[in-house]
Design a protein around this ligand. Structure first.
Ligand code: NAG
Ligand code: NAG
Ligand code: NAG
Ligand code: NAG
Ligand code: ZN
Length: 458
């Protein structure tokens, strides 16, 4: 009997294999270009993006420093490295935040400064990848003043619509000019929806108290409904992600009502949404979304940043492999450069390397929700090996020491429960206390603060 089943499996698998058509795309995010690196406006600071009150780095190297946002040569190097690895991606997606971490009024940043910095990155990608479609979402820094992205037309949305979406059609330009979001076809049967989740961000005072800023949720539902009708699949890209920060369990970016609504939409249209790629944290992680029965139906991927700022991570970008006919994500390859090494050895270029390949390193067949759920489950095992690998990747190799107890609970609940109430139940079960109100919870936050993670979190 088993023989016959095995034969059947082969017969069924063959045509699938024959039809499999793997495409590739790049995801690059949180570049935070700082033109002032090594020539700060205030002498001695090394860079304008140095966190307030931080000591300037003692030996800032030519490729940037873990206390600063990167100089142009680092950004240039990363984009050329992408080209050397794969010059012919189907498209390039970006998560936003091209603008450095500066908020001092003395720097005289304006909407114009923001648009100039965004145009610098856009031009670089056009030069290095001529003819390759590039789509980005706006980051919370891609506006002046940061975080305060409005739900009404303004100069930044207007100019960036022209910069990014001239080839994407009038509808995309129109919604972007209104609310900083859009939908555009990537290829036959596949579409990208670039969300402006900064409108849902708790730190955005402009949209506070609104159920549906700029009508984005209603529009998103209508777009997904339409895609379903047209038999299209959708990749959602956005900057600020749903869910709870996996290192700082007190940090939740979406307002609670918006988090709930977003999850409800993903559940309703999980058959249409083939990928969700987010950014903002600068860390490498993922967050599962389940249906009402608890089956994994979608994964929110968070990719690490180009900027190494606040010692969170090494500069990194990601390549996704996907099935062209279904949009299904098959794998991703995470690339990085060891910044310390480049500076220590005075390398003439950053030495970009494969950090890991998801299927190989995590031992999963692909990166579909079912496989990511397998990975998530393996993180729970003690000792697991999987968790230690995952945790090292989380900061792109920057050493944060051991992750146990609250640190581990925060990671596990973040990947498991995007809904805030469900997260709190997870936390209660693992830690046995109210989230963030336990004595060593406070210690954990202090420990993170010492490593410079909490301070000036954005
Ligand atoms: C960008 O990188 C390329 C490839 O390494 C190099 O030829 C070029 O000089 C670099 N440009 C800048 C401005 O650093
Ligand atoms: C900001 O503007 C003020 C007033 O025009 C000027 O004195 C100052 O030099 C400017 N600062 C920078 C960093 O350009
Ligand atoms: C960024 O754009 C501005 C305005 O076009 C230009 O003056 C500047 O040289 C650009 N910087 C880089 C690094 O391309
Ligand atoms: C980066 O290089 C330094 C040596 O310069 C080494 O100590 C460190 O382990 C490396 N980190 C990673 C993540 O490769
Ligand atoms: Zn960022």
């Amino acid at each position: 009997m088993w023989r016959r089943c095995a034969w059947l499996a082969v017969v069924v698998a063959l045509p699938v294999l024959a039809l499999s058509d793997t495409g590739r795309f790049w995801f690059i995010t949180d570049i935070h270009y700082d033109p002032s690196y090594l020539r700060p406006h205030q002498p001695g600071r090394v860079c304008d993006s140095l966190g307030p009150g931080m000591d300037p780095p003692a030996n800032p190297g030519p490729w940037g420093d873990h206390d600063c946002d990167p100089p142009w040569r680092t950004i240039n190097s990363s984009v050329y490295a992408m080209k050397a690895i794969d010059p012919n991606p189907d498209f390039i997606l970006r998560g936003g935040d091209d603008v450095p971490h500066v908020d001092r009024a003395s720097l005289n940043y304006t909407a114009r400064t923001v648009v100039t910095l965004l145009s610098n990155i856009t031009q670089l990608l056009e030069e290095v990848f001529p003819g390759v479609p590039v789509y980005s979402s706006l980051g919370n820094h891609d506006y002046w003043i940061k975080n305060q992205l409005p739900d009404t037309p303004n100069d930044v949305y207007n100019d960036v619509a022209t910069l990014w979406l001239s080839g994407a059609g009038q509808d995309a330009m129109d919604t972007f000019r209104r609310g900083g979001y859009y939908s555009a076809p990537l290829r036959a049967g596949l579409r990208v929806i670039g969300l402006n989740t900064n409108l849902l961000y708790g730190r955005n005072l402009v949209t506070e108290g609104q159920d549906d800023p700029a009508g984005q949720f209603a529009w998103l539902e209508q777009q997904l409904e339409q895609a379903r009708g047209n038999m299209e699949k959708v990749y959602i890209i956005g900057h600020v992600p749903p869910g709870t920060h996996e290192r700082i369990y007190t940090k939740r970016d979406f307002r609670p009502n918006h988090n709930k609504r977003y999850i409800a939409i993903v559940r309703k249209y999980a058959d249409v949404i083939s990928g969700q790629m987010f950014a903002h944290e600068h860390f490498d992680t993922f967050r599962m979304i389940y249906d009402e029965q608890g089956a994994p139906i979608s994964t929110v991927f968070l990719s690490p940043a180009i900027t190494p700022w606040m010692r969170r991570n090494n500069p990194a970008f990601r390549q996704y492999l996907y099935e062209r006919t279904t949009g299904e994500l098959q794998d991703y390859l995470q690339y990085y450069a060891n910044l310390t090494k480049a500076n220590d050895l005075q390398l003439t270029d950053l030495d970009w390397q494969l950090e890991y390949q998801a299927t190989v390193d995590y031992g999963i067949p692909d990166v579909t929700p079912v496989s990511m759920e397998t990975l998530r489950n393996s993180l729970n095992e003690v000792p697991s090996g999987a968790f230690e690998k995952y945790y090292k990747h989380n900061s792109v190799g920057v050493d944060y020491g051991l992750c146990v107890e609250d640190c581990r609970a925060a990671q596990l609940c973040s990947t498991y429960r995007v809904d805030y109430d469900e997260y709190d139940v997870c936390w209660q079960a693992r830690v046995g206390g109210v989230r963030g109100h336990r004595a060593d919870g406070v210690l954990n936050v202090l420990a993170l603060a010492v490593m410079g993670v909490v301070r000036h979190l954005v």
